[in-house]
Design a protein around this ligand. Structure first.
Ligand code: TA6
Length: 294
């Protein structure tokens, strides 16, 4: 006998709720994990495997308010990455209210959520095409950002899934998978360098855009005794960031010592890997985030 779902339950394992700052969110539960997704920014703010610390990091000082980006989870940087004079940093998508298109509990227990970026978003800077974010929550977290050129002219843009990860102690982790790649070091004057280290370690601010990198990256965390896996497709750029002391203390939405418990490994297509879509073309950027105990 089927019982009617509670009025605000829109799928077996996804419930509409009022989140922080009164913003609408989806609270998702699967047999393996829990997650939260806000319409604000189309942003996954939480993903946690049962019995493990959260995989995604969220600042305790994050703002949850119109016009401001949520500090943590997976911000959607679109249709540009980084600062632009007089415009929102990392594009307007992460400060826009996305439309919730569908939610579904799949036969294997995973939960899929589709959100759409309103076409009117961005005003004069509007991308012009169609933008959709597909999120699948299960034993891993999959995010797929689809940008389609439904116009009659080429569209140039950047995209990046700006993932924040929880770590036990930034000073004890290492990041592997980028050796041999070239990167733009953005700490101080932008300088192109080659990555010679098999394992990247953190002893000060790190802000690097690795270009032409398509492989998986791992975050080795001896404190939380896990390895976080960042697998991706449709992405040629990998960004690695930790603001360290001074930069994080200069941000109102970043706790004074929170830098010790986070690292960003971001996946996208950032200049010089930016994209141009011909009319009718679609670009699909996908990340699969997971972890294994060690
Ligand atoms: O993660 C790389 C980066 O571009 C850094 O330079 C830093 O600005 C970070 O993004 C966060 O940007 P936000 O606008 O969210 O403060």
């Amino acid at each position: 006998m089927s019982s009617a779902a509670p009025k605000n339950e829109i799928s077996g394992s996804a419930v509409l709720a009022t989140g922080t700052g009164g913003l609408p969110k989806l609270a998702i539960t699967t047999p393996w994990s829990t997650a939260e997704i806000y319409r604000h920014g189309g942003q996954v703010t939480r993903f946690q495997l049962n019995g493990q610390p959260p995989l995604l990091w969220l600042s305790e000082k994050s703002l949850f308010t119109s016009g401001k980006a949520i500090r943590g989870g997976v911000p959607v940087c679109f249709p540009w990455f980084g600062p632009r004079p007089g415009k929102p940093a990392h594009g307007y998508a992460r400060i826009t209210e996305w439309d919730l298109a569908t939610t579904a509990t799949l036969a294997d227990g995973r939960v899929n959520v589709q959100l759409r970026l309103p076409k009117c978003a961005g005003g004069a800077e509007a991308f012009g095409g169609d933008v959709e974010l597909n999120v699948t929550v299960g034993e891993t977290l999959t995010l797929e950002l689809r940008a389609s050129n439904s116009t009659s002219a080429p569209l140039q843009f950047e995209n990046c899934l700006h993932s924040y990860f929880t770590v036990g102690d930034i000073a004890q982790i290492s990041v592997t998978g980028l050796q041999g790649g070239n990167y733009w070091d953005k700490v101080g004057p932008a300088t192109e360098r080659s990555e010679t280290a098999a394992a990247i370690r953190f002893t000060s601010e790190v802000d690097r855009v690795y270009t032409n990198t398509t492989g998986p990256v791992e975050i080795h965390d001896p404190v939380l005794r896990r390895i976080i896996q960042v697998e991706k497709s449709g992405s040629a750029s990998t960004v690695v960031w930790n603001p360290w002391v001074e930069k994080s203390q200069a941000m109102a939405d970043f706790g004074a010592t929170e830098y010790r418990q986070m690292v960003c490994v971001e996946s996208g297509n950032v200049a010089p890997n930016d994209l141009t879509l011909a009319p009718g073309q679609t670009a699909v950027l996908q990340v699969v985030l997971g972890s294994r105990a060690v």
